[in-house]
Design a binder for this molecule. Structure first.
Ligand code: NAI
Length: 673
């Protein structure tokens, strides 16, 4: 019998090599039809069992990437979820209980359901290369492993390592996976097949858990360890916002003594999670991320040399980031000390990224060349300007470099606020000027705004979006308008928070109200971190003709040199990089604090929709989530408005307008939501 997705090949030793090549999909995923066929194949093995079974991928990009997330979105009830999960469990259990040896030969990514299938096999061997990784990343989608992976990963790797892998959802490289016991061996690609055959024929003893792991798994000890895990988790994820990791810890604590029961409970737990709002919204965020990735096609631009002008906070980090991604980079600054600072910070960034891999660190350093005279200008395919935020200074640099630029090279500015149209007036070829707006800190922020000015050509946009992908960022095309998308949305929210401090409300309470909503950091702490001088100048630009007024409190603090973290004092006092907070602070009406900030945030998002700062609601939500950290489990601001009810939120906005004035005027776009 032949199958669409699977091919059986029996070798001279009687071993069945079960090849997977999922049709109509670029990677192997455990779609329903793939599982149905596997079920059928397993039925066949009941009649005629081979000497051993080796699972192997015919795709060149990986083993199995996981379950089909599209099918995930179609689940609406717990019963439906339970049925789907039970079928998966049944298949994994049958693989596990086959009386012949089974092995997963892992080459490339092996994640989620794919890893759960591998864990059900007798052995797992993994190719020793950088692109091969294993992991259980379900937590990122608001669930935890649901095809038996919770039980089997703990049985193989012990509770600490396995729970850590599941709670973080990290993709593990070979050495880490082997050390943990998740895989049995790590072999070079050329020896993979031979090693697989060796394992199936010789059946080397399987590793068992050591004494420490067995103690940790004991019912007396588990409550204590689970308590520690909850304590750590509470610092990162609230139960009401992200229930999955909490449920995972409960599952292990309550049922590890009885693996069969734990398997059953795993189905129940994932069934309840999968239909919950958080999982639905995190799946939405996954697709939004894919939508951002698809904005740029890496093939559209082939730069080899990047020249960065300005080696300050942003330029220095942009240069280092581009070198880290494999580009040859020259970095120019009028101030040699700034360049020395760039090289020092770059070394720190490379060491953090490559840890002990000295060769990778050295190669990255070799690619990054300080260039006081700007020799790189004539060689670069892309020039990124990140000098002082001053139109005249920027233009004088453009006039100087344009005649020396290579034919077809792009000139990108990192400006936060100067309209591209104003900057372009001095250029012979304004069509090749684009904004590539990075966020601070460059290494941590996933989004880059690709700003189209009035004159920017389609080709320049296309190539800049491609570049965004090439440096591993999520590129968002935005219209050239004040604050673009991210700063524009953030500012009214920050300014409302500052306004409240001016009214005498404790910053701690304001920050807590934002954290309760699900923001990653409170607005007052954020303003202190970014620098109050920076916030002030962005606010002034945005206030031009808009409803954004600069709170008096902010002006006073900047005038007094209290700029936040960098000066040791802003709204908070700062010690060793941490804000000192008053734990006793309190406030009676937290809901109102939250409404004042969040409704202004949402109101600005609707204004951006009306002005088409970004094309399409989904891209607005995507940009805001990845640019501001807006509570991912809420699925994005426009999605949140729909979900909460347009008229309900709008009427709350109107009540605030009655109490606090015009800045709460609801944007006319609410009518079209
Ligand atoms: P910075 O003041 O840290 O660095 C600017 C650097 O440019 C200095 O090292 C200076 O010596 C150099 N420079 C000035 N004129 C020059 C010239 N004619 N030739 C060569 N080098 C010159 O400034 P920062 O914060 O890095 O900002 C740079 C740009 O990035 C600005 O346009 C700013 O709006 C934008 N930006 C800043 C963000 C931030 O968080 N600081 C975030 C996003 C964008």
């Amino acid at each position: 019998m032949s199958y669409k997705n699977w091919t059986k090949k029996i070798d001279s030793d009687g071993i069945c090599w079960l090849h997977l090549d999922v049709v109509d999909s670029s990677s192997n995923i455990l779609r329903s039809d793939v599982l149905d066929e596997l079920n059928d194949i397993l039925n066949g093995f009941a009649q005629e069992l081979p000497a051993g079974i080796i699972f192997v991928s015919d795709k060149d990009n990986g083993f199995i990437a996981g379950a089909d997330i599209n099918e995930f979105t179609e689940i609406t009830t717990e019963e439906q979820a339970s049925k789907i999960l039970s079928r998966g469990h049944d298949i994994m259990n049958r693989i596990e209980s086959l009386s012949c040896t089974t092995l997963a030969m892992i080459n490339g990514y092996c994640l989620g359901g794919g890893m759960e299938l591998a864990l059900a096999c007798t052995y797992r061997i993994m190719c020793d290369n950088k692109s091969t990784r294993v992991g259980l990343p379900e937590i990122k989608l608001g669930i935890h492993p649901g095809y038996g992976g919770t039980v089997r990963s703990i049985q193989k790797a012990g509770p600490m390592a396995a729970m850590n892998a599941m709670l973080t959802g990290r993709a593990l490289q070979g050495r880490a996976a082997k050390r943990m016991g998740l895989v049995d061996d790590l072999v070079p690609e050329r020896q993979l097949k031979r090693a697989a055959r060796y394992f199936v024929i010789n059946k080397p003893p399987q590793k068992t858990l050591g004494l420490k792991d067995r103690i940790m798994n004991h019912s007396f000890i588990r409550p204590f360890i689970a308590g520690q895990m909850r304590k750590q988790l509470a610092k990162k994820a609230r139960k009401e916002h992200y229930p999955a990791p909490w449920k995972l810890i409960d599952l292990w604590q309550s049922h590890m003594d009885n693996p069969r029961r734990m398997l059953q409970k795993e189905i129940e737990s994932v069934s309840s999670l999968v239909t919950d709002g958080t999982a639905k919204n995190l799946v939405r965020v996954f697709f939004l991320q894919e939508a951002l990735k698809s904005q740029g096609n890496k093939k559209d631009f082939k730069p080899t040399h990047i020249h960065v002008i300005g080696g300050g906070v942003m330029g220095g980090d942009i240069a280092a980031w581009c070198a880290l991604q494999g580009f040859r980079v020259t970095v120019q600054d009028q101030n040699p000390e700034a360049l020395a600072g760039t090289m020092k910070r770059s070394m720190t960034m490379f060491k953090k990224k490559f840890k002990k891999d000295r060769r990778a660190i050295r190669d990255s350093m070799d690619r990054l060349i300080p260039d006081t005279r700007g020799i790189g200008v004539a060689r670069a395919d892309l020039i990124i300007e990140a000098i002082f935020e001053d139109r005249d200074v920027k233009q004088s640099v453009y006039k100087d470099i344009e005649p020396r630029m290579k034919k077809g090279a792009i000139l990108a500015t990192n400006t936060s606020s100067i309209p591209l149209e104003d900057l372009a007036t001095c250029l012979e070829k304004p069509d090749r000027l684009v904004g590539i707006h990075f966020f601070n800190p460059v290494a941590l922020m996933p989004l880059v705004e690709i700003v189209r000015g009035e004159n920017t050509s389609d080709e320049t946009m296309k190539q800049s979006l491609a570049f965004g992908r090439q440096i591993g960022k999520l590129p968002l095309p935005v219209k050239s308008s004040p604050g673009f998308l991210v700063n524009r949305i953030l500012m009214p929210y920050l300014m409302e928070a500052v306004e409240m401090v001016g009214e005498g409300i404790a910053p701690e309470m304001i920050d807590r109200a934002a954290l309760d909503f699900g923001m990653p950091m409170g607005p007052i702490e954020l303003a202190d971190t970014v620098g109050l001088d920076v916030c002030k100048s962005v606010a002034i630009i945005l206030s031009d003709g808009k409803t954004l007024n600069l709170p008096k409190k902010m002006k006073a603090m900047v005038d007094n040199g209290k700029l936040g973290k960098k000066t040791g004092e802003g709204f908070y006092k700062w010690r060793k990089g941490k804000a000192i907070k008053d734990k006793k602070a309190s406030y009676g009406n937290m809901q109102e604090l939250q409404d004042r900030m969040i409704l202004r945030f949402l109101n600005e998002a609707t204004a951006c929709k009306r002005e088409q700062v970004v094309e399409g609601d989904d891209l607005i939500d995507a940009g805001i989530i990845f640019g501001t950290g807006f509570a991912p489990f809420r699925g994005g601001p426009l999605h949140y408005i729909q979900h909460q009810g347009v008229s309900e939120l709008n009427s709350r906005l109107n009540q605030l307008k009655d109490r606090y004035g015009e800045r709460f005027n609801s944007d006319e776009a609410w009518g079209s939501l």
